[in-house]
Design a binder for this molecule. Structure first.
Ligand code: ZN
Ligand code: ZN
Ligand code: FE
Length: 747
């Protein structure tokens, strides 16, 4: 990644510093540097290239060749002459750099200027309409540079040399405060003062950001947070919180070294951290649904830094500005008409957002950053693969959708699109596919879709006319996604654990032990099928899965069990679910590991009805404590049965055992199940590479425990890092399988 990140000016700077002559030039795939001077100096130059490269650049390889000497006087940036349709890479958006923050404190046209940026920082993907990356092709086009900005833009030694979005308070965009639907002021100091007092006094605000709108409130006020929830029409899903700085964050959450690195990186994702107990003042409990985890981020826009200099509170809720189940809003008019009547303050700006992005979400497991939601700061950087993916368009899954296009060996995974259920999200999906095809000059030749015939993603693919289609089973795609991430192309043991995915027997899968390569898979074993009384409703109401599991084990004796669940839900509803199971009415079969976690969480009384996705499993995980040993019995084999497990859990509950111990023992049981199952597969097939994928592996304890145990027993374990383990990674897997099948003429 050497374009749009200030790479050529950087090369110029170090070359002139070392007194070297030559030139630097962009091509489609790389930069070429011609350098002439003493060999020791050239050596030092090459070292500096790697060590001092701009934060957002990424050097894959430096190929050094010796040429016949040539007389070159001085060092210059040559114009690209090789810019074909193949161009190339677009930088993700980069958090404001320290030097620009410094400029905001100096007198001049960037004092308190909230759109300051330079070649090392600022908006990129969110403002780019087309390539090549020039100001005219961005949403900065309406803003003509003032003479001073233009002078910097033209000066090679300036930090803003060829910084396409550069601007200042004389010539650039500005923020605007709205009240009652009308613009009140564009004076940044007045805006900041009013917004800060609104938030400090527990009001709610809509603030236009980088990739979309945000809704904000004081993170320490239960009333403010409750108000924000009603504005968003969001039930219980945890909100992300932005802290003033790392020092104030440390008072509330545990931060290790890897987590600190993620928090401070130029990508500035939301990082899931463990909350400290007993911090004062206490964070509002309704921010994160009382879970032990909190999604936190540090300021990344100049505006955020300015805002905190006016705010008293050290932390604000900053959640995507949209109604639940809709994509994040980007347009000023839409934001005004939707939210102006609902919030206390509306702050917009007049730089358009072209490409919508959400804040990305990561979590650190085993010292490695794991991307859970891949969007701002990560997209559209390509995923480098070991295969030819050219011309393949992969449509992804239904929920947590991302799609993916292939160009040569690069896979361009889209930003997080969301759940393809509402009209708005589906429109966003189709619009973004069209934009990616245009932006990356890609003409689809081969389509890859999920095996599920009714997915909106699958149906969307059918609109692309007469192209060949590869259908990829959901869990095969999960494993292939992780294989593609690690450049694996051989037979592996795949363990895919998630909530749902369409199986080739027509049932809902989700606990799959596969022997597979990129071409195909064999399903070796899985959890026992259970009926889902009420179908999809069982996903939102975990008590239904609990009844299903208990009824399977105890039959009519379940009513003799004195579980709290029966009082929470009511015996009448439970009898109805049992009747549905008996008569096989609306009871599709599932082997989803997520459903088992749901069932156990409900049996333990943790969550009978989910107020957000995966609430049951998250509550279960939040009880787990390191260092609690012991596990429950189970029956391994082709179908893995948890009948004995659930009896033992019911006994422990009846004996009043601490829920933390039960939750830990249950997690240990799942780790043992995985270990026993892959051991059996290894002994039959002689494969010792194990690939773990699927949303269930976003569970830190489960992933770390499984990986450690397997590695101790000489398995090679592959897990996701830069690609989501959840369905956001599915499209990459589909792309990989389609590429392999094309190579083998199986298309
Ligand atoms: Zn900067
Ligand atoms: Zn200017
Ligand atoms: Fe999945």
């Amino acid at each position: 990644m050497v374009q749009g990140v200030g790479f050529r000016p950087f090369v110029h700077r170090i070359a002139t510093r070392e007194g070297l002559d030559g030139w630097v030039m962009n091509t489609n795939e790389n930069v070429i540097i011609r350098i002439s001077g003493a060999s020791a100096t050239i050596h030092r130059f090459v070292v500096s290239l790697r060590e001092e490269a701009p934060a957002a650049s990424m050097i894959e390889d430096i190929d050094v060749r010796e040429l016949e000497p040539e007389t070159i006087a001085g060092f210059s940036i040559r114009h690209s002459h090789d810019v074909s349709d193949d161009i190339t890479e677009i930088s993700p958006d980069i958090a404001v750099c320290d030097e620009c923050l410094g400029d905001m404190k100096k007198t001049g046209t960037r004092l308190d200027y909230a759109f300051v940026n330079c070649t090392n920082c600022g908006p990129r993907f969110t403002i780019i309409r087309d390539l090549p990356y020039d100001r005219d092709k961005t949403t900065m086009q309406p803003f003509a540079m003032c003479p001073e900005c233009h002078r910097e833009y033209e000066t090679i030694t300036d930090r803003r040399f060829h910084a396409q979005p550069t601007a200042c308070s004389v010539c650039g965009p500005n923020y605007e405060l709205y009240a009652g639907g009308a613009m009140v002021t564009a004076d940044i100091r007045v805006i900041l003062h009013q917004l800060a007092s609104c938030l400090d006094q527990n009001g709610t605000a809509l603030i236009k950001g980088l990739g979309g709108m945000h809704l904000a409130c004081n993170a320490f006020s239960e009333t403010a947070v409750a108000k924000l929830r009603s504005v968003k029409r969001r039930d219980g899903k945890p909100f992300a919180v932005m802290f003033r700085d790392l020092a104030s964050l440390r008072q509330f959450a545990m931060v290790d070294q890897a987590e600190e690195q993620s928090l401070r990186s130029w990508r500035r994702p939301i990082v899931l951290l463990k909350l400290k107990t007993g911090a004062f003042p206490a964070m509002a409990g309704n921010v994160n649904a009382g879970l032990g985890l909190l999604g936190v981020m540090l300021p990344y826009m100049p505006f955020h830094h300015l805002l905190f200099s006016y705010l008293d509170t050290p932390a604000i809720v900053l959640t995507s500005g949209n109604f639940s189940r809709e994509p994040i809003l980007t347009g000023n008019q839409a934001a005004l008409s939707s939210f102006a009547p609902l919030v206390d303050a509306v702050i917009l700006h007049n730089r358009d957002i072209f490409n919508r992005t959400d804040d990305s979400v990561v979590r650190v497991f085993g010292g490695i950053e794991r991307v859970l939601r891949r969007s701002r700061g990560y997209v559209p950087a390509p995923v480098r693969t070991a295969m030819n993916t050219g011309g393949i368009l992969a449509f992804g899954a239904e929920l947590t959708n991302c799609f993916c296009i292939g160009k040569g060996k690069k896979a361009f995974l889209s930003q997080h699109i969301g759940d393809l259920q509402g009209l708005e999200t589906t429109e966003f999906y189709e619009e973004t596919i069209a934009r990616f095809l245009k932006l990356f000059r890609m003409k689809p030749e081969l389509l890859a879709v999920d095996l599920h015939p009714d997915y909106i993603s699958t149906r969307t693919a059918m609109k692309y006319g007469d192209l060949p289609v590869v259908r990829v089973q959901h869990h095969h795609a999960h494993i292939a996604s992780c294989m593609a991430e690690h450049h694996l192309d051989e037979r592996v043991i795949g363990v895919a654990f998630d909530g749902t995915g369409y199986g080739d027997d027509g049932h809902t899968w989700g606990s799959e032990f596969l022997v597979c390569d990129l071409l195909d898979f064999t399903r070796i074993s899985h959890f026992e099928y259970l009926p889902m009384p009420g179908g999809d409703r069982a996903t939102e109401e975990p008590w239904r899965m609990a009844v299903s599991l208990l009824y399977h084990v105890y039959g009519d004796d379940i009513f003799k069990l004195g579980l709290p669940l029966f009082d929470q839900v009511g015996k009448e509803k439970i009898r109805m679910a049992v009747a549905m199971i008996d008569r096989k009415i609306n009871c599709p079969l599932t082997s989803g590991a997520g459903r088992l976690f749901d069932a156990v969480a409900a049996v333990m009384g943790l969550c009978h009805t989910a107020s957000f996705q995966a609430e049951g499993p998250m509550r279960l995980e939040s009880l787990v404590r390191e260092g609690i040993g012991g596990s429950y019995p189970f029956n391994a084999g082709e179908t893995i049965s948890f009948a004995r497990t659930i009896r033992a859990i019911a006994d422990d509950l009846a004996a009043g055992l601490d829920l933390k111990i039960i939750a830990s023992k249950f997690h240990n049981t799942i780790i043992s199940v995985i270990f026993e199952s892959v051991k059996t597969i290894r002994s039959h097939y002689g494969i010792s590479k194990v690939v773990l994928s699927g949303g269930v592996f976003q569970n830190k304890y489960l992933l770390e425990g499984t990986a450690t145990l397997l590695r101790e027993n000489s398995f090679d374990v592959y897990t996701h890092a830069s690609i989501p383990a959840n369905d956001g990674g599915i499209a990459l897997g589909q792309l990989a399988v389609a590429s392999k099948r094309r190579d083998h003429s199986c298309v």
